[in-house]
Design a protein around this ligand. Structure first.
Ligand code: GLU
Length: 473
């Protein structure tokens, strides 16, 4: 099997959309201007390469390789998650950062795109080691992040708890930087010793130190996807999955108008059972879809009657694996289902497949074997450009990642806004705003795809690029 470089895939998607944009321009001057801006978008603006030392529980020292890629900030601070995975590499993080820039523009957020990653299998670390690694990473990138610079969040294998460690470490560093490591948010700083004989420089430091506790609190907005107790937003944890449901429902309405043969209850196979996979399965199940298959990195299960995602998750937690967790209705029964591979899952005779794990799972090799009528991309970059073409010619719409999974970053943006304004919105409010955002994004992309006669991915890129290019100087 040939290895696929996700950054090359990302650049080929950029080239496609550029082709569409270019074909609409008549005058030479605008053509050159477009070409020049696209040239800038072919590379990230900044790449941070960090090494994080961790003293392991056995006393030995291990160093971990980490990255933060700041792709583009034309529309606002860089925004994007941090991934912990043994296969993280720079090309992957560059691609993910590029997709974040596009995704934030698709959702019309005042944010750019970035992404981070650490080469690590977090399952092999103790909780103390994981905390040290996460704090070390936050410290290593602290100079380059902040609410107005770069706002990281969770991604594959990172959680609200990890964001909590990171934000705490970041605020600790910022306090130390103003020379007030003893600054107490409750009492405010004791400035008396510094007042005596202060130099101009000390005054500047003093000014910063006089910042109210509110300032350091607002630094919480440097990370999103935090636990509620650390300043997180209601609804953030489920947002990617719920956003996926809203996008799918919206697109299906448009496809129906297209007289496609899709009859309820629609059968769905979900690849991945992490935060995104589980939540999307849960919301689909609760909204009249029949989730017949789910999987994790070790393989999947198929239950013809339809899986109960909540019971299946409980069973997986108890056993440590999905096999045997054939939970349907209110019971789990070994006779109800069977084990399948991750590859088989994508080729099941279902209505919709939902890749919700990692990139490059739908390739030129299996695209011909896909029987589903719609692909909802909840992972980032699950479909290669060759597979995209094959599916398009077969008339199978692919709802692209930068649209389908933009619910997560949208609620991240809500969290950022709430932190900056010192507000806490209700879950009902958050979900209402999320629904509106997803529907508006679908409408814009659908309209472009109809007008330009393109697939939905190219249309999403055209929408995103148009917004980013307008913000570029
Ligand atoms: N990691 C998520 C994504 O790929 C969320 C990013 C964020 O919330 O900033 O969209």
């Amino acid at each position: 099997m040939k290895t696929i470089n996700p950054f090359e895939s990302a650049m080929s998607q950029l080239a496609n959309a550029y082709g569409v944009l270019k074909s609409k321009i008549k005058d030479q001057k605008s053509k050159i201007e477009l070409q020049n801006k696209i040239e800038i978008l072919k590379q990230p603006q900044r790449i941070l390469n960090v090494v994080i030392p961790v003293v392991m529980d056995d006393g030995s020292m291990r160093t971990f390789q980490g990255y933060r890629v700041q792709y583009n900030n034309a529309r606002g601070p860089y925004k994007g998650g941090i991934r912990y995975h043994p296969n993280v590499d720079l090309n992957e993080v560059k691609a993910l950062a590029f997709w974040m820039a596009m995704k934030c523009a698709v959702a019309d957020l005042p944010l750019g795109g970035g992404k981070g990653g650490i080469v690590v299998d977090p399952k092999t670390l103790s909780s103390r080691e994981l905390e040290q690694l996460s704090r070390g990473y936050a410290g290593a990138i602290a100079d380059c992040i902040g609410p107005d610079k770069d706002v990281p969040a969770p991604d594959v294998n990172t959680t609200g708890q990890i964001m909590g460690w990171m934000v705490e470490e970041f605020i600790k560093i910022k306090r130390a930087e103003v020379g007030m490591p003893w600054f107490s948010p409750r009492q405010g700083p004791d400035l008396s010793s510094i007042h005596k004989g202060s130099t101009a420089k000390a005054v500047t430091r003093l000014e910063t130190a006089r910042l109210p506790a509110r300032y350091f609190d607002s630094l919480r907005s440097t990370f999103t996807g935090k636990l509620i107790k650390d300043g997180g937003s209601e609804g953030r944890e489920e947002a990617t999955g719920l956003g996926g449901l809203f996008v799918l429902q919206s697109v299906l309405k448009k496809l129906k108008a297209d007289s496609r043969k899709l009859k309820a209850p629609l059968a769905v196979a979900v690849q991945g059972f992490g935060n995104v996979g589980y939540n999307v399965a849960k919301f689909l199940d609760a909204n009249g879809f029949k989730v017949v298959a789910v999987s994790d990195s070790r393989g999947g299960i198929y239950v013809e009657e339809g899986i109960n995602p909540g019971l299946t998750l409980d069973c997986k937690k108890k056993n440590g694996y999905l096999a045997g967790c054939y939970c349907s209705g209110s019971v789990c029964d070994l006779k109800k289902g069977r084990v399948i591979t991750n590859e088989q899952l994508l080729e099941l005779p279902v209505d919709i497949i939902v890749p919700a794990a990692l990139e490059n799972v739908i390739t030129a090799e299996n695209a011909r074997k896909i029987k589903a009528k719609v692909v909802l991309e909840m992972a980032n970059g699950p479909t290669t450009p060759e597979a995209d073409t094959l599916l398009y010619t077969r008339g199978i719409p692919v709802i692209p990642d930068i649209l389908s999974n933009s619910g997560g970053v949208s609620v991240s943006a809500f969290e950022w806004e709430q932190n900056l304004k010192g507000q806490h919105w209700t879950k009902e409010d958050v979900n209402k705003k999320l629904k509106k955002k997803m529907e508006t994004a679908v409408d814009a992309i659908w309209a472009v795809s109809q007008k330009q006669k393109t697939d939905l991915r190219t249309a999403a890129f055209v929408v995103a690029l148009t917004r980013i290019l307008a913000a570029m100087k």
